[in-house]
Design a binder for this molecule. Structure first.
Ligand code: ADP
Ligand code: MG
Ligand code: MG
Length: 871
């Protein structure tokens, strides 16, 4: 028979998966001999079983729970429902990873009319007895029966008003008794049955409520945001009560062994006398600073300090603890490795190394790479943010905080910026023409688009805050206004957006530039020692490249050459190229483009100081570039010496039903080899110039051909590249090496990688397209239906943000397995958005990639994640 229930005495910290975090640590503290009220833990597997059994607790599990109540009665010498010496318990949820948003705890379970009268008399403390009972009815009704907190709070307020008192503690035993009766009446009215008197019935109700809470909407959202699988389940802890509400020699508190905001060593926390449970954090009364506890309860405080030391030494990490003092005696109710800001995480890791508690490897492993994001972008003022209520929510597409005045067009963004105004650019969706406006904006908010939409990708690349895909916005671009949550917003109105959470706030929330403290560099240096995976960056401009180098990038893994045409005068030349209808016209346009490209490439090589630079040849989904505005069309017509009509016809002929699968990538070079020739000349000439200026740098261009699906296709384009490059090199009379590789971003390329590897010096997985083509989900449209997939538990994550290891990952593994034997020198990287996602980086390490490439601001995250994968 499976074992579904464990006494605290039977468990330990290693059993976290089975007992949940809270249960495992209660067991560990018990093992350390600390004062823990005893109890038992129902395992996470029982939770999974409960769901398998159609949301029922089966007889076997039920039997074990009953058996363990018996054991608990023996240990405590108290009996469930007994009038003489009743056992009262708390019922607490506890998943493997701590999860706010799950079930609220129920305290004082086991009380009924008989028991409460008995303990009131026996203790000589009727106020305490009735306080416990009214709290229990309140929590049980809310948490188990979902009656809602509000009704009970209203009754308490009415009682306080009637008695003319301000605080709960001023209510007398009689008042509390009356409240308990009112609560029960409220319960009966709402539920249509009497409040349950049988402690076992109460207990089963509470246990089921914990299991049920695993699947509530708040929990589901939290899990998705934090990569916690649905299959884990939650444990349930049943623990005998310690009472902090028996009078002024009692109390309850929470404390950290180090400051969770700064990492500073020293006790940090709060304490409240004559209180129970959440009173401290719920703000029922203003709690006192933990240090004052020493004056009120010197002995308990001394013991608490000892316990803190024991726990920190034992866990070798900052602890976050809950405790209660009952008649001067300390009880420990919880400990865990405390949540902390990124700043604090770095300081604590360094301090623990300096204190000899942790090795450098362990310190690196302790830091959540996702947290580093916050160190690299401006942040909202913490207090101001706490006080604000979001008006809406989109996708947190590019982290950071932005506060500015609303503008609706990229031009307005530039104009307002020139006047010194801070702006947030609000668009239905963005396009390449918006890029300069996006650059000057504090933040970008779009109505449409997912995590890999144009706005999201570009914003992440620039390190600009972006919230995308807020479908709740009713946009009226023509009249420069939109409606959100019933309010109309106009140009110039203030708005604040949080690119980490996706929250949108009405009005101004002040922001502050994030500081990079000294510990940051120290931890990064350790990470670099341990990792084997190289980290490159996706950079299209010299500025991005420089930023990425500062943040530790070791090369460029992806330069998207079409992104070099977002500027006004350049896009004109680019449009001329697209809208040419003869080879001569196209070549004339290409002649204009060549110097731009060559100049940019030179600057990129300069910025990279001899580190590898991968340049991807043009991959413009054409619809992103053709002009749509009348004025632009006229301009183009004039430049081309054509009629507006003729240009419009060309544009119409370029229309594609499915541009993402249309005439893009190497298909362009196949139809118009002159484009590949021009790009090759630009790359090679730039490299020659830089090599001449810096003889000691290893300048070796890596030319990357996009969207290849067939060996012969790559062969064809490669031949054009090699002939052109070799001619350039021969003409310059210089010795320059270069590589030609390919992106693997179409499933067929992965499936035929052995053939493709014959002609490729390297593979680079373009996992944005590879995900799009493997799932058949359009990356620009998937946002519209993915939510339904999360709700139905078909998908747990956005496959465009977190690499799908099962499907897409399998194609990657296959491509490596097929490619490497054919070409032992083949080097392999990834340059999709996944290159900066920690769990995806770990996977890339595991399947033997040489490098990951990600947006500049994700480079530190990838470095740390790569180190953790190697440790
Ligand atoms: P959360 O995970 O939300 O903190 P907890 O289960 O830790 O929920 O409990 C909520 C509050 O109730 C905490 O302040 C905790 O210390 C208190 N509490 C839980 N169990 C007991 C108990 N057996 N005796 C006294 N207080 C308890
Ligand atoms: Mg807790
Ligand atoms: Mg691609």
């Amino acid at each position: 028979m499976a074992k579904w229930v464990y006494l605290f005495k039977e468990g330990n910290a290693q059993m976290r998966n089975l007992l949940g975090g809270k249960g495992a640590n209660l067991a560990e503290m018990t093992g350390l001999g600390l004062p823990v009220p005893q109890g038992f833990t129902i395992t996470t597997e029982a939770c999974t079983q409960y769901y398998e059994d159609g949301q029922e607790i089966n007889d076997e599990i039920m039997g074990q729970i009953n058996e363990y109540i018996g054991k608990m009665e023996e240990i405590t010498g108290k009996k469930f429902g007994d009038a003489e010496n009743p056992l009262l318990v708390s019922v607490r949820s506890g998943a493997r990873a701590s999860m706010p948003g799950m079930m609220d705890t129920i305290l004082n379970l086991g009380l009924n009319e008989t028991v409460v009268n008995a303990i009131a008399e026996k203790s000589g403390n009727p106020r305490w007895a009735w306080d416990c009972y009214r709290r229990f009815i309140q929590m049980y009704s809310d948490v188990v029966m979902e009656v809602g907190k509000k009704y009970f709070e209203e009754l308490i307020d009415a009682m306080k008003e009637k008695k003319g008192v301000k605080q709960d503690v001023e209510l007398t035993a009689e008042d509390l008794k009356e409240l308990a009766n009112q609560f029960k009446a409220e319960y009966k009215e709402k539920i249509g049955a009497d409040f349950p008197d049988d402690p076992k019935e109460q207990l089963m109700g509470a246990i089921k409520a914990v299991f049920r809470s695993w699947d509530n909407p708040r929990a589901n959202v939290y899990r998705r945001d934090n990569d916690i699988p649905y299959s884990w389940g939650t444990a349930v802890n049943v623990q005998s009560m310690a009472f902090g509400n028996m009078g002024d020699d009692c109390g309850t508190g929470v404390a950290f062994t180090r400051d969770p905001a700064t990492g500073e060593k020293g006790l940090f926390g709060e304490f409240l006398t004559n209180a129970q449970g959440e009173d401290v954090v719920a703000g029922v009364r203003t709690p006192m600073h933990i240090s004052e506890m020493g004056e009120k309860f010197p002995e308990a405080f001394e013991e608490f300090n000892k316990v803190c030391k024991i726990l920190e030494d034992h866990y070798r990490d900052m602890q976050d603890m809950e405790f209660t003092v009952e008649h001067g005696k300390l009880y420990m109710l919880q400990t865990r490795n405390g949540k902390r800001t990124a700043q604090a995480a770095l300081k604590i890791a360094c301090d623990l190394v300096d204190e000899g508690m942790r090795t450098e490897e362990e310190a690196v492993a302790m830091i959540d790479p996702r947290n580093l994001d916050t160190l690299l972008h401006p942040q909202f003022d913490v207090a101001a943010l706490k006080a604000a209520t979001p008006a809406g929510k989109g996708l947190g597409a590019s982290p950071g905080a932005a506060c500015g005045r609303i503008v609706f067009t990229a031009e307005d963004a530039e104009k307002w910026d020139e006047r010194g105004e801070k702006v947030v650019l609000v668009r239905l969706e963005t396009s390449p023409e918006d890029i300069t406006g996006m650059k000057v904006a504090q933040g970008i908010l779009t109505v449409r688009g997912g995590m890999t939409s144009h706005a999201a990708v570009v914003a992440r690349g620039m390190g600009t805050c972006c919230v995308s895909g807020c479908g709740d916005i009713a946009m009226d671009e023509a009249n420069k206004k939109f409606t959100l949550a019933g309010k109309e917003y106009h140009e110039g109105d203030w708005i604040s957006i949080d690119g980490t959470t996706g929250n949108i706030y009405d009005g101004q929330i002040p922001t502050a530039d994030a500081k990079i403290a000294g510990e940051f560099g120290r931890v990064m240096a350790w990470a670099d020692k341990f990792r084997t995976l190289k980290v490159r960056t996706n950079a299209d401009t010299p500025e991005d490249a420089k930023k990425a180098r500062e943040l530790g990038a070791e090369g460029i893994g992806l330069c998207r050459t079409e992104h070099m045409f977002f500027e006004e005068d350049r896009i004109a030349a680019f449009r001329e190229m697209i809208c040419s209808d003869t080879a001569e016209e196209r070549e004339a346009a290409l002649e204009k483009i060549l110097p731009y490209q060559q100049g940019d490439f030179e600057k990129l090589y300069e910025a990279l100081e001899g580190c590898p630079v991968t340049i991807r040849f043009l991959d413009p989904p054409l619809h992103e570039f053709v002009p749509t505005e009348e004025a632009d069309i006229e301009k183009l017509a004039e430049a081309q010496g054509k009629s507006v009509e003729a240009i419009k016809n060309i544009i119409a002929s370029l229309h594609e039903f499915n541009p993402m699968m249309g005439h893009r990538g190497c298909r362009l070079a196949v139809t118009y080899p002159e484009i590949a020739k021009m790009q090759t000349r630009a790359v090679i000439r730039a490299a020659i110039n830089v090599k001449k200026a810096h003889a000691d740098w290893n300048v070796k261009p890596e030319i990357m051909i996009p969207l290849v699906c067939e060996e012969k296709e790559l062969k064809f384009v490669k031949k054009v590249v090699v002939e052109t490059a070799d001619a350039e090199i021969a003409a310059a009379g210089i010795d320059l090496k270069y590589e030609v590789g390919t992106m693997i971003e179409i499933p067929r390329a992965a499936l035929t990688a052995d053939a493709i590897a014959k002609d490729a010096d390297f593979f680079c997985f373009g996992t944005n397209d590879l995900t799009q083509m493997t799932y058949g989900f359009s990356r620009d449209d998937a946002g519209k239906f993915l939510n339904a997939y999360y709700d139905k538990k078909i998908l747990e994550n956005d496959p465009f943000a977190k690499l799908d290891q099962t499907g897409v990952g399998k194609l990657m593994e296959l491509a490596i397995k097929l490619g490497k034997p054919v070409n032992p020198n083949l080097h392999v990287g990834i340059c999709g958005e996944h290159g900066g996602d920690p769990s995806s980086v770990e996977f890339c390490h595991k399947i033997g990639l040489d490098y990951v490439s990600c947006s500049p601001f994700r480079v530190p995250i990838a470095r740390l994640a790569a180190a953790q994968a190697a440790i």
